[in-house]
Design a protein around this ligand. Structure first.
Ligand code: AMP
Length: 402
């Protein structure tokens, strides 16, 4: 029997998201989520897509990631999709930070684990949880290949001119300070899917990808290779996000410390969790912001304008970085759903060849689609991202035919 199934695990500090895919047809067999691990009210939600069955939910204490993964394995076994199945080819793990060490998906061994651990100082929130996920999965199926797929890998092609901050080189190198970028799996998937939508190969097109979710990032992709992206050493840099500030004068931090008498941890929390849209207007959900704007709420309107202003600056910047742009692709929760954001992002940019057709932009759907007028010089597209499928595909490409 050929093993064609891949389990994709996205392990956070208190959650595990998972999907089981069959790579013979890229079909989803099961999807689910364990939340609030370590609390009394942990929650597991499992949807057996393959059987078309109802979602099952369970609430109760799940002590740690080990218990979470065992609970997931039990749910999968109920549908005949147990992790002991010979059809399971590998487990693919999302790993947030691969630094400069990992430029492609990598089969996990002790050296790989040690390197992911060495990168914890640059990804203190994410890499420890990702490591726990890998170790737990290894314990459950020691015989199975575990593959790490890095959020940063797609951006390792950035030239030094884009990746380096203009700070003292020795200090930067001593602390591995440079721009790494994140959401790479999504930028890779969406830039390739955009080329396909245009009937071209990735090598033939230059694309600006706008991944606008609760976290948000832009990237400039030339001929299938990333040449710039808006997130940096951490996911804090760049666009205005749901709860992150994105770009600001670094001196704001000195000012908050010296004049505002805030601690570094307080400033970290302020900029990562209490800024962006939620800091500006109290809401980080674009649906709620649009609803408030429709009711005449001035604060929500200003938050939206600040969000759009930053987004347009990045579109302009990446236009200049690429020189020639074939497509601008919108993806993730906001990018895929908020027609007003897409329209405002490219409004009055006809001189750059950018425009959206009001009718096409209003159409909703799950498929990649063009929203620019048929005669537009630059294609504007909505391309739903699928990070799990991309992780599964990369995992399977690496180990599937062993
Ligand atoms: P993500 O991080 O990609 O899951 O995106 C989550 C964000 O997408 C939410 O916080 C909302 O702001 C946004 N979103 C989801 N659905 C819609 C929608 N129908 N209209 C506008 N924004 C949406």
């Amino acid at each position: 029997m050929t093993a064609t199934r891949v389990l994709v695990l996205n392990s956070g500090s208190s959650s595990v998201k998972y999907q089981l895919l069959d790579m013979s047809d890229s079909g989803r067999l099961a999807v689910g989520l364990v939340e609030r691990i370590g609390e009394q009210t942990s929650r597991l939600k499992h949807t057996p897509v393959a059987t078309g069955g109802e979602s099952r939910e369970w609430t109760g204490p799940i002590a740690d990631h080990d218990a979470a993964l065992k609970a997931v394995a039990e749910e999968l076994a109920k549908d005949g999709l147990g992790l002991d199945s010979p059809e399971l080819a590998a487990i693919g793990h999302r790993v947030v930070h691969g630094g400069q060490s990992f430029t492609r998906p990598t089969v996990v061994d002790d050296a790989v684990l040690a390197e992911i651990e060495r990168l914890i100082p640059v990804a203190p929130l994410h890499n420890p949880a990702n490591l726990t996920g890998i170790r737990t999965a290894q314990a459950l199926r020691p015989d199975l290949p575990q593959v790490a797929v890095f959020d940063t890998a797609f951006h390792t092609t950035m030239p030094e001119a884009a990746a380096r901050y203009a700070i003292d080189v020795e200090t930067a190198d001593a602390h591995r300070i440079r721009r790494y970028g994140f959401h790479g799996t999504s930028h890779a998937y969406v830039s390739r899917a955009t080329a396909k939508l245009l009937g071209k190969t990735p090598e033939e097109v230059n694309v600006i990808v706008l991944h606008l979710g609760n976290g948000a990032s832009a990237s400039a992709v030339r001929g299938g290779r990333c040449v710039d992206t808006s997130m940096g050493l951490t996911p804090l840099e760049g666009l205005v996000m749901g709860t992150r500030s994105g770009d600001l004068d670094p001196a704001v931090i000195f000012h908050l410390a010296r004049v505002g008498e805030m601690s570094i941890d307080e400033i970290d929390t302020l900029l990562n969790k209490k800024s962006g849209l939620i800091g500006l207007c109290g809401d980080n959900d674009m649906r709620e912001i649009r609803r408030r704007i429709d009711e005449g709420d001035a604060q929500a309107k200003l938050a939206f304008e600040i969000y759009i202003h930053r987004l347009r600056k990045y579109i302009g910047a990446y236009y200049a970085v690429l020189g020639r742009v074939d497509a601008v692709a919108f993806t993730a929760g906001v990018g895929e759903n908020a027609a007003e954001v897409r329209a405002a992002a490219v409004a009055d940019l006809e001189s750059l060849g950018l425009a959206v057709d009001g009718g096409l932009n209003a159409v909703r759907g799950d498929e990649p689609r063009l929203i620019s007028p048929p005669d537009a010089r630059v294609a504007v597209a909505v391309v739903p991202t699928d990070e799990e499928l991309e992780i599964a595909a990369q995992t399977y490409a690496l180990v599937g035919r062993h």
